[in-house]
Design a protein around this ligand. Structure first.
Ligand code: HEC
Length: 144
């Protein structure tokens, strides 16, 4: 139990350090001031967890692209490819269960659900908030 808590605390702390580099005043870095269900912004999570594969602009050109069996998808055309509306349900399922949830997926895309559950100490509301923040951020990047 103990190492897990320490790991989560370190992770949250380093996330906040990153946020601090942008706009937050320094005193906010103290982890004791973080609410237990603290969830980073969608943009911050995207940069940290997704940009390596999907690219900083979400168009699928991340630096890890060469190492992937299947190229990482362009995430700015999701709405376009789903009848003009950002597919919240679809993206939520991809994040929870992996991109293969509909077919027999076999790509390198991590299944984020269990990772977020672990990071959030099995707080389901926090996990849902993470996914919602990521969806909102991706929604804001959609091509018209
Ligand atoms: C290690 C590389 C990698 C990382 C990191 C990664 N992805 Fe992916 N992602 C992929 C690949 C590869 C695919 C294409 C999978 C396929 O078609 O089977 C994909 C597919 C997707 C899809 C489905 C796209 C579509 O057009 O249907 C979504 C949504 C998505 N990723 C979101 C994310 C988000 C959000 C993150 C960060 C939390 C993330 N991915 C992190 C590699 C990655």
């Amino acid at each position: 139990m103990k190492p897990k808590l320490n790991f989560a605390a370190m992770l949250i702390c380093s996330m906040f350090l990153l946020a601090g580099a942008h706009a937050q005043p320094r005193q906010n870095i103290d982890k004791d001031q973080l609410p237990p269900d603290f969830v980073p912004s969608g943009k911050q999570m995207f940069t940290q967890y997704c940009a390596a594969c999907h690219g900083p602009d979400a168009k699928g050109n991340g630096p890890a692209r060469v190492a992937l069996k299947v190229p990482a998808a362009n995430l700015t055309t999701l709405a376009k490819r789903h009848g003009g509306t950002f597919p919240y349900d679809y993206v939520t399922k991809v994040l929870q269960f992996g991109p293969g949830f509909a077919t027999h997926g076999s790509s390198d895309m991590p299944t984020w659900g269990p990772i977020f559950r672990y990071m959030d100490n099995y707080n389901n509301a926090a996990v849902q908030k993470r996914i919602k923040n990521l969806c909102d951020y991706l929604n804001s990047l959609q091509e018209k």
